[in-house]
Design a protein around this ligand. Structure first.
Ligand code: ACO
Ligand code: OAA
Length: 355
């Protein structure tokens, strides 16, 4: 029997994927974490080499897909493009209607491998640049940055990207995973389930908050403006993006790691500006909400990840689609578990009263 995909202790701030703590997972390659989520066990050396080789071999996209990406970037934003293109590529998958475990695994590998290529190609073509083909010698994170920017990434940025994908990979029955699982529960195909996840991740109360955090940082611009911005928002009873969580009543353990990583990047670049702006926002939100509500609200996974993207020159428009690159392994792990159950998820309407 497989270990639970995810364990969250929202009071103590503990997160595990398949019983491995997030602080240990973040030291592994994304491919190993993806394997762990989907297969249920950490891979041995040989298994990891084989899994990575399969992922690296499936990173390319064909000309028809490139044409659709070029069409998308005339009209739609990155998440709309990603949703459309993932739906479009299903027709090229020879295993689309093979619902055996092996057929689903082949689809999973293609999806995990191709999504970063789609996001990077969308970004480059939208900015009048030629897409950069994937480099099979690079890790998941380094290859994504290479396809996005067109040059081999600095090692610290590659490491941070890899960790970002790991920290974003899985979070139990969050809204997007739930919608992927519902789709899988009808025994619909894996592409359809991933499209459901993308559609749900896009909203600003979920993964869309990551883009909104970056827009907020840009609007605030410097630490001196942060407190006033926060106080005005709270006064108007508006939400501060990147704060609060349905499950965590304490600091999100991924928030702690993202905060450390954003400080590391800031120091390496000799530019504390965005880090200090973010920290001032955090202090103001925590103090003001303790004052107003008697209890604080802490940064969630979307807050300091947005700071990291600022340091890596990633535009806000891409932030949520980059979240999806990490989260797809979690969606797929849940779909596989659901396929095993062969049971439709069909809650009753009264259950929504508790949401
Ligand atoms: C990957 C992810 O999905 S992580 C979450 C990303 N989303 C965001 O960052 C958006 C901002 N945050 C939020 O909207 C919420 O905190 C959610 C959606 C994450 C969690 O929502 P819920 O558990 O339903 O909490 P809910 O929205 O009911 O908030 C409870 C209280 O805290 C307040 N609150 C919650 N989040 C915030 C926030 N970010 N800023 C200010 N106040 C907040 C609410 O106004 C509410 O106050 P009240 O009791 O006085 O009415
Ligand atoms: O779990 C949730 O509700 C939101 C989410 O996806 C995350 O925090 O990663």
């Amino acid at each position: 029997m497989n270990k639970n995909i995810c364990f969250i202790d929202g009071l103590e701030g503990i997160l595990k994927y398949r019983e491995v703590d997030i602080n240990e997972l973040v030291e592994l390659p994304y491919d190993a974490v993806s394997y762990l989520l989907i297969r249920g066990e950490l891979p041995g050396e040989q298994e990891l080499a084989e899994y990575s080789a399969r992922l690296h071999a499936e990173r390319g996209i064909n000309r028809e897909v490139m044409d659709v990406i070029r069409m998308c970037n005339l009209n739609v934003d990155a998440m709309e493009a990603l949703r459309t293109v993932v739906s479009f590529i299903s027709q090229f998958d020879p295993d689309l209607n093979d619902s055996s475990q092996e057929g689903n695994m082949r689809k999973a590998i293609r999806l995990i491998a191709m999504v970063p290529t789609i996001v990077a190609a969308y970004y480059r073509t939208a900015n009048g640049k030629e897409p950069v083909p994937p480099d099979p010698s690079l890790s998941h994170g380094a290859n994504f940055l290479y396809m996005l920017k067109g040059s081999k990434p600095d090692p610290l940025e590659a490491e941070v990207m890899e960790k970002d994908f790991i920290l974003s990979a899985e979070h139990e029955l969050n809204a997007s995973t739930f919608s992927s699982r519902v789709t899988a529960s009808t025994l619909s195909d894996l592409y359809s389930a991933v499209v459901s996840g993308l559609c749900t991740l896009k909203g600003p109360l979920h993964g869309g908050a990551r883009s909104e955090v970056m827009n907020m940082l840009e609007a605030i611009a410097c630490p001196e403006n942060a407190e006033k911005f926060v106080l005005e928002k709270i006064e108007k009873r508006e939400k501060i993006m990147g704060f609060g969580h349905r499950v965590y009543k304490t600091y999100d353990p991924r928030g702690t790691i993202f905060k450390q990583l954003s400080r590391k990047l800031a120091e390496a670049k000799g530019d504390m500006h965005w880090y200090e702006t973010a920290e001032t926002i955090e202090n103001a939100v925590v103090c003001e909400l303790v004052e107003k509500r008697g209890k604080p609200i802490y940064p969630n996974v979307d807050f300091y990840s947005g700071v990291i993207y600022k340091y890596m020159d990633i535009p806000p428009q891409l932030a949520t689609s980059i979240f999806a690159i990490g989260r797809i392994s979690g969606w797929i792990a849940h779909c596989f578990e659901q396929y095993e159950k062969k049971k439709i998820i069909r809650p009753r309407a009264f259950m929504l009263d508790e949401c």
